[in-house]
Every structure is written in C-alpha cells, then in structure tokens.
Design a protein around this ligand. Structure first.
Ligand code: FAD
Length: 323
C-alpha cells in the first residue's frame, strides 16, 4: 500500500457542500482520494491511529450533524473500471452508480438498469444495498476489496451482511471498514432493451422526485401484512405484497408540504424531506422525527430511517416534537 500523504489533509471542511440535503457541520479532517490506492492508504492511516474515518460519496444518503463529523472524512473520487470477457467487472467504489450502468450497458451487459436515477457512488450504494424496481446492488457482487485493521484484501460480499436497504456498515456501531473496489458479474443482453427499461424507470421518477435538496426517501418502507390489510386505500399491489410505503403513512397524517425552520415534508412525495430554506441539520432531523412520531401515534408503527445520521449527535435529544 502506498503511504498516506498527510500534506493532503485539511481541517474543518464544511460538509454542507458535499451533501444533497445541503446541511451539516464540518469534517474535523478532510482529504480527497482520486484513486483506490489513495482511498486505501488514507483509511489505513486513520485505522492505524484509531482515528474514526467516514467515506463520503455524493452525500446523497446522509445527514451530518451540525456539530460536525469527528475524525477523517475521505471524499471518494476513485472511478477506474475494467470490463473483461464473460461480464466480469472490476471497479472503484467512487464511480457514479449511473456511470457504472452506462459503461456496462455499452459493453453489452445488463442488470443495472435500476441504477438510473439513483444519485451517488457505488460505495454509497453498497452501504445501503441501494435498489429500485425490485433489484438491489448486492445481487451482482462476487468480491469486495476492503481495508480493515490497516489491511487491504479481497473478501466475500457476505462480510457486508446485506438485507433490504441495509448492511453491517449501517449498524449502530459499524466496523471501521472501507470498501475500495468491487468485482461483479453481469449477464449479457440487448443494450437497446436495457436503455428502454432505464428510460421507463427514469420517466416514473420524474413525476415523483422534487427538484429541491433532499436525500431521496428518508424512511424505509414497512413490510407488515397486518398493517397493509388494515389500510383501506392502499393500492392492491402493495397490499398483496404486504408493503406499506412510509410516504403513504406520512401523507395520511396530513403532513404533505408541512414546514419547520427551512425543512419541509415533500408536497409531491411525503417520504422526501426537503431543505427549502437553508435548514440546519437539527431542523431537518426534528421534522423527520416529528413525522415519525405522528405515524407512530396514528398507526402504532415506528419508521426506520433510510438516511444515515452521521457525526456527533451526542447532544441530540429525540422528542418527537418540533420544539
Ligand atoms: C433524489 C434521490 C433519489 C434517490 N433514490 C434512491 C433509490 O431509488 N434507491 C435507493 O436505494 N437510494 C436512493 N437514494 C439514496 C442514495 O442516492 C443512495 O443510497 C446512494 O447509493 C448513496 O450513495 P452516496 O455515494 O451518495 O453515499 P453517501 O451518502 O456519500 O454515503 C452513504 C454511507 O455510505 C458510506 N460509504 C460511502 N462510500 C463508502 C465506501 N466506499 N466504503 C465504506 N463506506 C462508504 C458513507 O460513509 C455513509 O455512511 C436517492 C437519493 C436521492 C437524493
């Protein structure tokens, strides 16, 4: 592994610019990795010093605290890709998920059509097992290169313990582990059909996704057949699948378009939390927790965040109220 160049570190870098919700405080230490070697060496450097590290992709699934993120934040811009015979793909985790779709489809491979319209890097997609239209990124992986305990090695994808929008890197005390490269195998197929499918997905998104700053769906949908059966207006396809969209519950609490200190519940899609007026991270989290508390009191179910609260939230008190 190449040694980490400490002259590339900066201090107190605002993360507001680097998150799609446009909120949050500063990274204590900050660096940019342009290759997987630089990413690996920065993370190994931090691990050797027990400095916590956070990898930043496009910041499209996170809300950093106003109090900032302690330790090292590494912006991952490593995006090298090789495609071999038989659909074997080896790629850096800083590649944009949509570029990965475009480059693989141009090579005659299919499978990643669902990635169109999901902003962010492949690394961020892995951490939340990102997906759409009944596909998830974890379906295609064969090996992951990770840096753990200062060691860079290829490991089985099982290390991530993937499930619906979840992995071990989202757990309450996640291991200090960076995913630097990925090997995946994709089936070959007709590029024209792949583009048509992707275009169709994109069209479906356009009507739903607001243009304002957001992190996509804020809460996970709920798998609960009894709840689905109890909701008279739930579309039949969701009822039969036992899936209750978080947005459906928030909307039925009358919260569409509801505002709090520059934060707003989406008027088109109630599971989108928007930053419409320089909201602080605390205002966004207050409104999210308020919506969650309203759903709990009306339907008796808790909502689980899809967006990750990062950094120092130690002084935070969850009240479920706006004040
Ligand atoms: C408009 C909009 C629509 C969206 N639609 C969808 C959707 O349809 N489906 C869906 O699943 N998501 C969706 N999202 C959420 C988000 O785009 C995805 O979760 C995306 O994959 C996150 O990637 P990122 O690079 O922005 O991750 P970030 O937000 O930068 O990071 C997320 C987490 O991953 C960690 N991380 C990032 N890279 C690495 C790495 N290499 N190694 C270890 N840890 C790492 C970070 O530290 C952080 O904890 C949407 C978001 C928006 C704004």
């Amino acid at each position: 592994m190449i040694p980490f160049d400490e002259s590339q570190l900066s201090q107190s870098q605002s993360l507001r610019l680097y998150t799609t919700l446009k909120a949050g405080g500063d990274a204590e230490l900050f660096t940019i990795a342009r290759t997987s070697e630089e990413l690996a060496s920065a993370c190994a450097w931090a691990q050797a010093r027990t400095i916590p590290h956070t990898i930043l992709g496009w910041g499209s699934n996170m809300l950093p605290s106003d109090a900032g993120v302690p330790g090292l934040v590494v912006l991952n811009k490593a995006a090298e890709l090789t495609i071999s015979e038989g659909g074997e793909v080896e790629v850096d985790t800083g590649i944009s998920f949509q570029d990965l779709f475009l480059q693989t489809v141009q090579a005659g491979l299919r499978g990643l059509e669902f990635a169109v319209g999901i902003p962010g890097t492949l690394g961020g997609a892995l951490v939340s097992n990102a997906g759409a239209y009944r596909s998830n990124v974890s379906e295609f992986l064969t090996e992951l290169e990770v840096v753990r305990d200062g060691v860079r090695a290829w490991v089985s994808p099982e290390v991530m313990q993937f499930s619906y929008r979840d992995s071990i890197l989202r757990s309450a005390n996640p291991p200090q582990m960076a995913v630097t490269r990925v090997r995946m195998k994709l089936p070959s197929g007709d590029w024209k059909a792949a583009y048509d499918e992707a275009r169709d997905y994109q069209r479906q998104r356009i009507g739903k996704q607001p243009p304002s700053a957001s992190a996509g769906s804020f809460f996970k949908n709920i798998n609960d057949q009894a709840l689905a059966d109890s909701l008279p207006n739930l579309p039949e396809r969701l009822r039969s699948a036992g899936v209750v969209p978080a947005g459906y519950l928030i909307e039925n609490c009358g919260l569409k378009g509801f505002r709090h200190e520059g934060a707003m519940i989406g008027a088109r899609h109630a599971n989108f939390l928007l930053n419409v007026g320089n909201a602080r991270a605390s205002a966004l989290r207050r409104l999210a927790e308020y919506a969650s508390a309203q759903v709990k009191s009306q339907y008796g179910v808790g909502l689980e965040e899809e967006v990750l609260y990062l950094g120092d939230w130690s002084a935070w008190e969850s009240t479920g109220r706006l004040t």
